[in-house]
Design a protein. Structure first.
Length: 255
Protein backbone atom coordinates (compact mmCIF):
# COMPACT_ATOMS: atom_id res chain seq x y z
CA UNK A 1 0.00 0.00 0.00
CA UNK A 2 2.80 2.39 0.89
CA UNK A 3 4.50 1.59 -2.39
CA UNK A 4 1.32 2.44 -4.34
CA UNK A 5 0.93 5.80 -2.55
CA UNK A 6 4.62 6.61 -3.16
CA UNK A 7 4.29 5.83 -6.88
CA UNK A 8 1.13 8.01 -7.16
CA UNK A 9 2.86 10.91 -5.43
CA UNK A 10 5.89 10.58 -7.71
CA UNK A 11 3.68 10.61 -10.85
CA UNK A 12 1.82 13.73 -9.66
CA UNK A 13 5.09 15.53 -8.88
CA UNK A 14 6.55 14.65 -12.28
CA UNK A 15 3.42 15.97 -14.00
CA UNK A 16 3.73 19.29 -12.15
CA UNK A 17 7.35 19.79 -13.15
CA UNK A 18 6.66 18.86 -16.78
CA UNK A 19 3.97 21.52 -16.85
CA UNK A 20 6.26 24.12 -15.25
CA UNK A 21 5.47 26.55 -12.47
CA UNK A 22 4.90 29.51 -14.80
CA UNK A 23 2.66 27.47 -17.09
CA UNK A 24 0.70 26.26 -14.08
CA UNK A 25 0.09 29.84 -12.88
CA UNK A 26 -0.84 31.18 -16.31
CA UNK A 27 -2.91 28.26 -17.54
CA UNK A 28 -5.90 29.76 -15.81
CA UNK A 29 -5.61 32.80 -18.08
CA UNK A 30 -4.70 36.40 -17.23
CA UNK A 31 -5.99 37.82 -13.98
CA UNK A 32 -9.25 39.65 -14.52
CA UNK A 33 -9.15 43.44 -13.97
CA UNK A 34 -12.32 45.10 -12.77
CA UNK A 35 -13.08 48.18 -14.86
CA UNK A 36 -12.84 51.49 -12.99
CA UNK A 37 -16.14 53.29 -13.38
CA UNK A 38 -16.12 57.09 -13.25
CA UNK A 39 -19.42 57.99 -11.72
CA UNK A 40 -21.20 61.10 -12.90
CA UNK A 41 -21.20 63.85 -10.26
CA UNK A 42 -24.45 64.31 -8.41
CA UNK A 43 -26.21 67.68 -8.32
CA UNK A 44 -25.96 69.52 -5.02
CA UNK A 45 -28.82 71.93 -5.60
CA UNK A 46 -31.41 73.30 -7.98
CA UNK A 47 -32.66 76.76 -8.99
CA UNK A 48 -36.21 77.11 -7.66
CA UNK A 49 -36.90 80.78 -8.45
CA UNK A 50 -35.62 83.17 -11.10
CA UNK A 51 -36.49 86.72 -12.01
CA UNK A 52 -34.63 88.50 -14.78
CA UNK A 53 -31.62 86.61 -16.13
CA UNK A 54 -28.55 84.84 -14.81
CA UNK A 55 -25.63 82.84 -16.14
CA UNK A 56 -24.14 79.60 -14.89
CA UNK A 57 -20.46 78.91 -15.62
CA UNK A 58 -19.38 75.26 -15.58
CA UNK A 59 -16.09 73.93 -16.94
CA UNK A 60 -15.50 77.23 -18.78
CA UNK A 61 -18.88 76.97 -20.50
CA UNK A 62 -21.65 79.52 -19.90
CA UNK A 63 -25.27 78.41 -19.64
CA UNK A 64 -28.45 80.40 -19.18
CA UNK A 65 -30.01 79.78 -15.78
CA UNK A 66 -33.64 78.70 -15.67
CA UNK A 67 -35.94 77.34 -12.99
CA UNK A 68 -34.97 73.71 -12.56
CA UNK A 69 -31.29 74.23 -13.47
CA UNK A 70 -29.19 71.77 -11.47
CA UNK A 71 -26.17 72.97 -9.56
CA UNK A 72 -22.90 71.06 -9.12
CA UNK A 73 -19.75 71.62 -7.13
CA UNK A 74 -17.59 74.19 -8.91
CA UNK A 75 -20.49 76.01 -10.56
CA UNK A 76 -20.42 79.81 -10.68
CA UNK A 77 -23.72 81.71 -10.77
CA UNK A 78 -23.88 85.33 -11.94
CA UNK A 79 -27.05 87.43 -11.84
CA UNK A 80 -27.67 90.34 -14.18
CA UNK A 81 -29.18 93.78 -13.60
CA UNK A 82 -32.61 93.65 -11.90
CA UNK A 83 -32.37 89.90 -11.46
CA UNK A 84 -32.85 87.45 -8.62
CA UNK A 85 -32.01 83.75 -8.15
CA UNK A 86 -33.08 81.40 -5.36
CA UNK A 87 -31.35 78.02 -5.08
CA UNK A 88 -32.34 75.14 -2.81
CA UNK A 89 -29.60 72.69 -1.90
CA UNK A 90 -29.74 68.96 -1.21
CA UNK A 91 -29.69 69.53 2.56
CA UNK A 92 -32.57 72.02 2.38
CA UNK A 93 -30.42 75.14 2.74
CA UNK A 94 -31.43 78.12 0.61
CA UNK A 95 -29.34 80.82 -1.10
CA UNK A 96 -30.89 84.00 -2.50
CA UNK A 97 -28.86 86.19 -4.85
CA UNK A 98 -29.66 89.82 -5.61
CA UNK A 99 -28.87 91.78 -8.77
CA UNK A 100 -25.34 91.91 -10.16
CA UNK A 101 -24.15 89.22 -7.78
CA UNK A 102 -21.83 86.25 -8.14
CA UNK A 103 -21.12 83.13 -6.11
CA UNK A 104 -19.19 79.88 -6.57
CA UNK A 105 -20.38 76.61 -5.04
CA UNK A 106 -16.84 75.51 -4.18
CA UNK A 107 -17.64 72.59 -1.86
CA UNK A 108 -20.95 70.93 -1.01
CA UNK A 109 -20.48 67.57 0.68
CA UNK A 110 -23.45 66.27 2.70
CA UNK A 111 -22.98 63.08 4.70
CA UNK A 112 -26.11 63.79 6.72
CA UNK A 113 -28.02 66.87 7.83
CA UNK A 114 -25.69 67.40 10.79
CA UNK A 115 -22.39 66.45 9.11
CA UNK A 116 -21.58 68.66 6.12
CA UNK A 117 -18.64 70.39 4.48
CA UNK A 118 -19.84 73.47 2.60
CA UNK A 119 -17.84 76.39 1.21
CA UNK A 120 -19.59 79.12 -0.77
CA UNK A 121 -17.41 81.85 -2.28
CA UNK A 122 -19.35 85.11 -2.49
CA UNK A 123 -17.50 87.14 -5.11
CA UNK A 124 -19.69 90.23 -5.42
CA UNK A 125 -23.11 91.69 -4.78
CA UNK A 126 -25.75 90.51 -2.32
CA UNK A 127 -26.31 87.00 -0.95
CA UNK A 128 -28.82 85.81 1.62
CA UNK A 129 -27.72 82.45 3.06
CA UNK A 130 -29.99 80.22 5.14
CA UNK A 131 -28.31 77.08 6.46
CA UNK A 132 -30.90 74.78 8.03
CA UNK A 133 -30.06 72.30 10.79
CA UNK A 134 -27.10 72.85 13.09
CA UNK A 135 -23.88 71.18 12.02
CA UNK A 136 -22.26 68.85 14.54
CA UNK A 137 -19.39 67.83 12.28
CA UNK A 138 -17.69 69.42 9.29
CA UNK A 139 -17.82 73.10 8.38
CA UNK A 140 -20.29 75.55 6.90
CA UNK A 141 -18.62 78.65 5.47
CA UNK A 142 -19.39 81.62 3.28
CA UNK A 143 -16.25 83.45 2.13
CA UNK A 144 -16.32 86.94 0.73
CA UNK A 145 -14.20 90.07 0.65
CA UNK A 146 -11.34 88.13 2.19
CA UNK A 147 -13.39 87.27 5.31
CA UNK A 148 -14.63 83.84 6.38
CA UNK A 149 -18.07 83.50 7.98
CA UNK A 150 -18.26 80.22 9.86
CA UNK A 151 -21.71 79.02 10.95
CA UNK A 152 -23.55 76.00 12.31
CA UNK A 153 -27.14 76.74 11.35
CA UNK A 154 -27.78 80.37 10.52
CA UNK A 155 -29.44 82.96 8.27
CA UNK A 156 -27.51 86.05 7.25
CA UNK A 157 -26.89 88.53 4.43
CA UNK A 158 -23.49 89.35 2.95
CA UNK A 159 -22.70 92.38 0.78
CA UNK A 160 -19.42 92.15 -1.14
CA UNK A 161 -17.59 94.70 -3.22
CA UNK A 162 -13.97 93.88 -4.08
CA UNK A 163 -12.22 93.34 -0.73
CA UNK A 164 -14.94 95.04 1.30
CA UNK A 165 -17.71 93.06 2.95
CA UNK A 166 -20.60 93.69 5.31
CA UNK A 167 -22.62 90.97 7.00
CA UNK A 168 -26.02 91.29 8.69
CA UNK A 169 -27.00 88.39 10.96
CA UNK A 170 -30.71 87.58 10.98
CA UNK A 171 -30.62 84.53 13.25
CA UNK A 172 -28.13 82.09 14.74
CA UNK A 173 -24.46 82.83 15.41
CA UNK A 174 -21.58 83.64 13.05
CA UNK A 175 -17.84 83.59 13.69
CA UNK A 176 -15.97 86.05 11.48
CA UNK A 177 -12.27 85.54 10.78
CA UNK A 178 -9.68 87.26 8.60
CA UNK A 179 -5.87 87.46 8.76
CA UNK A 180 -5.91 91.21 9.38
CA UNK A 181 -8.74 91.40 11.94
CA UNK A 182 -9.46 89.79 15.27
CA UNK A 183 -11.93 86.90 15.22
CA UNK A 184 -15.39 88.12 16.15
CA UNK A 185 -18.70 86.58 17.14
CA UNK A 186 -21.78 88.20 15.61
CA UNK A 187 -25.25 87.80 17.10
CA UNK A 188 -28.73 88.44 15.66
CA UNK A 189 -29.59 92.08 14.87
CA UNK A 190 -25.90 92.91 14.46
CA UNK A 191 -23.89 94.07 11.45
CA UNK A 192 -20.23 93.29 10.85
CA UNK A 193 -18.24 95.81 8.78
CA UNK A 194 -14.83 94.54 7.72
CA UNK A 195 -13.62 97.95 6.58
CA UNK A 196 -14.37 99.42 10.02
CA UNK A 197 -13.39 96.17 11.77
CA UNK A 198 -16.47 96.63 13.93
CA UNK A 199 -19.63 94.83 14.97
CA UNK A 200 -22.55 97.27 15.14
CA UNK A 201 -25.96 96.95 16.74
CA UNK A 202 -28.88 97.58 14.42
CA UNK A 203 -31.89 99.49 15.64
CA UNK A 204 -35.24 97.72 15.43
CA UNK A 205 -36.37 99.70 12.36
CA UNK A 206 -33.12 98.98 10.55
CA UNK A 207 -33.21 95.29 11.43
CA UNK A 208 -36.79 94.95 10.18
CA UNK A 209 -35.65 96.43 6.87
CA UNK A 210 -32.87 93.90 6.43
CA UNK A 211 -35.13 90.99 7.37
CA UNK A 212 -37.18 91.69 4.22
CA UNK A 213 -34.12 92.08 1.99
CA UNK A 214 -33.12 89.72 -0.83
CA UNK A 215 -36.32 87.69 -0.79
CA UNK A 216 -37.24 88.46 -4.41
CA UNK A 217 -37.52 91.54 -6.58
CA UNK A 218 -41.27 91.80 -6.03
CA UNK A 219 -40.83 91.57 -2.25
CA UNK A 220 -38.04 94.10 -1.73
CA UNK A 221 -38.72 96.73 0.96
CA UNK A 222 -39.49 100.23 -0.28
CA UNK A 223 -37.00 102.93 0.79
CA UNK A 224 -39.33 105.58 2.17
CA UNK A 225 -38.58 106.44 5.79
CA UNK A 226 -35.72 104.02 6.35
CA UNK A 227 -32.36 103.38 4.74
CA UNK A 228 -32.03 101.97 1.24
CA UNK A 229 -29.48 99.59 -0.20
CA UNK A 230 -28.10 100.68 -3.54
CA UNK A 231 -26.64 98.32 -6.07
CA UNK A 232 -23.49 96.89 -4.40
CA UNK A 233 -21.50 98.11 -7.41
CA UNK A 234 -22.07 101.58 -5.92
CA UNK A 235 -21.70 102.48 -2.25
CA UNK A 236 -22.81 99.64 0.01
CA UNK A 237 -25.22 101.16 2.43
CA UNK A 238 -27.07 104.43 2.10
CA UNK A 239 -30.11 105.81 3.82
CA UNK A 240 -32.99 108.10 2.96
CA UNK A 241 -32.26 111.81 2.55
CA UNK A 242 -33.29 112.46 6.15
CA UNK A 243 -30.67 110.11 7.68
CA UNK A 244 -26.93 110.68 7.62
CA UNK A 245 -24.17 108.07 7.27
CA UNK A 246 -25.74 104.83 8.46
CA UNK A 247 -22.51 103.26 9.67
CA UNK A 248 -21.98 106.21 12.05
CA UNK A 249 -25.39 107.68 12.82
CA UNK A 250 -27.89 104.95 12.10
CA UNK A 251 -26.13 102.25 14.10
CA UNK A 252 -25.08 101.88 17.71
CA UNK A 253 -21.63 100.40 18.25
CA UNK A 254 -21.47 97.49 20.67
CA UNK A 255 -19.33 98.28 23.69
Amino acid sequence: MKIILFVAFFIALASYWNQGPEKSRTSRGPASVEPILKLDPKPVGVVVDLKGSALLTRDSHELNVSIGSELFEGDKITTQERSFVRSKMVDGSVFNMGSNSEIVVSTYQVRNLHDRDVVIHHLKGMLRSHFINKNQKGKLEVRGGGAVFGVRGTEFITLVKDESVKMILLEGLVEVSHPTITTKLVYPQELFDKELDQVLKLKAMEFDYYQDMCLGLDQEPKPKTTMILNNPSDDFIRESKNIKNLSKEGLERIV
